[in-house]
Design a protein around this ligand. Structure first.
Ligand SMILES: Nc1ncnc2c1ncn2[C@@H]1O[C@H](COP(=O)(O)OP(=O)(O)OP(=O)(O)O)[C@@H](O)[C@H]1O
Ligand SMILES: [Mg+2]
Length: 345
């Protein structure tokens, strides 16, 4: 977001609640080539911690991972969780890039529920607006406290942050093909899920829901009166399958999954209200929980929409002998791949 250097040699990073993932790509014709990747689990949602030594601990983990994964650069593009930013689509007059900066800043105040001097603004022109002399602009505002926190962690890790972008922008770059016109993206992580409506490659609506795989495990644990480890095993093995365990796991998962389904329906209805001709052709599903048995089918039935499992490596070339390894992590790496692809695609 506005903090760019001229480098084209950099890697992408996704710091999630459960793990950190790195990906480095190299420009090569239409499809960038995978140079290096790696991940490591994170203790206790370290990125959200305000403990005095959390930033040091995270920086050390990242520094070691950069070395172990064989990353060959110190420049990094990082993703900010959608939950940490304010995103709105605004309409501005069709003006030059220099004038647009003024127009955006002028309007931002109405859309951002924080003092404008406490956020960093970023914007992308989406296309023509409702009237001939207008254009639609995606406005993203990230609180300074958040961007400074990320800058501090990377500095401690001996890295240079060259760009910060919202995770859904990275996701869409990684898992969508250029012909995807109107797609719902759903990422279910550990603590949060992100719903985004992507039209012609750019997010038009971004909505974060504070419910993820950890809430699935908690619901099953409480419902079946079992501990967290057992509940996690049940969730991962049986998930939403009706036939497993007489549907007992499904029974406790369903109300929690339905919270996310309702939020997707609300987002789509909100968008369709403004854009009655919109037709979302499919939902692309990423995040660790996309691997939960029966969940993609449940989502497809609930939303009456085809569901496709996202593949982080869709737009990347890699040696054939890495195919099997990469396939096992094709949902978890999507955000990191998207960051890595920011300037090479
Ligand atoms: N097969 C599975 N079934 C259900 N849940 C799963 C499965 N595999 C992984 N998970 C859950 O997915 C979560 C990790 O997903 P992911 O890597 O997308 O999260 P994250 O990016 O670290 O979290 P967040 O996006 O909330 O910061 C864990 O909570 C894990 O329990
Ligand atoms: Mg995540």
């Amino acid at each position: 977001m506005g903090i760019f250097s001229k480098t084209t040699d950099y890697f992408g990073i996704d710091i999630g609640a459960t793990s950190v993932r790195l990906v480095q790509l190299k420009k090569h014709g239409a499809k960038p080539v995978l140079v290096a990747y790696g991940s490591t689990p994170l203790p206790n949602n370290l990125i959200a911690s305000d403990a005095a030594d959390a930033a040091d601990q995270l920086a050390t983990i990242i520094k070691n991972l950069v070395k172990d994964a064989g990353i060959t650069t110190k420049s990094v593009v990082a993703a900010l969780p959608a939950a940490k930013v304010f995103a709105s689509v605004i309409s501005t007059p069709k003006v030059s890039a220099a004038e647009l900066s003024q127009a955006v800043k002028y309007q931002a105040d109405q859309y951002i529920p924080m003092p404008i001097d406490q956020v960093r603004l970023d914007w992308t022109v989406l296309g023509p607006g409702k009237n001939e002399n207008e254009q639609l602009v995606l406005l993203i505002a990230a609180p300074n406290v958040t961007t400074e926190k990320y800058l501090g962690i990377f500095e401690k890790a001996g890295l240079e942050l060259v760009a910060l972008e919202v995770d859904v922008t990275a996701l869409s770059r990684a898992v969508l093909t250029p012909d995807a016109n109107q797609v719902v993206m759903l990422d279910i992580g550990s603590l949060a899920s992100t719903v985004s409506l992507v039209v012609n490659g750019a997010p038009r609506l971004i909505h974060s829901v504070p419910t993820g795989a950890a809430a699935f495990v908690q619901a099953v644990g409480q419902g079946l009166k079992i501990d967290a480890n057992e509940a996690m095993a049940m969730v991962q093995k049986f998930g939403m399958n009706k036939a497993s365990m007489d549907g007992k796991v499904l029974k406790h998962l369903q109300p929690v999954v339905d919270i996310i389904m309702e939020e997707i329906k609300k987002s789509v209805a909100f968008y369709m209200n403004e854009n009655p001709d919109a037709r979302f052709e499919k939902l692309v599903f990423t995040g660790g929980a996309a691997g939960m048995p029966g969940l993609p089918l449940y989502v497809a039935n609930s939303l009456k929409m085809p569901v496709e499992l996202g593949n982080a490596w869709l737009n990347v070339s890699y040696p054939a002998n890495m195919q099997a390894d990469l396939a096992t992590v094709n949902r978890e790496y999507a955000v990191a791949v998207g960051c890595a692809a920011r300037m090479v695609m």
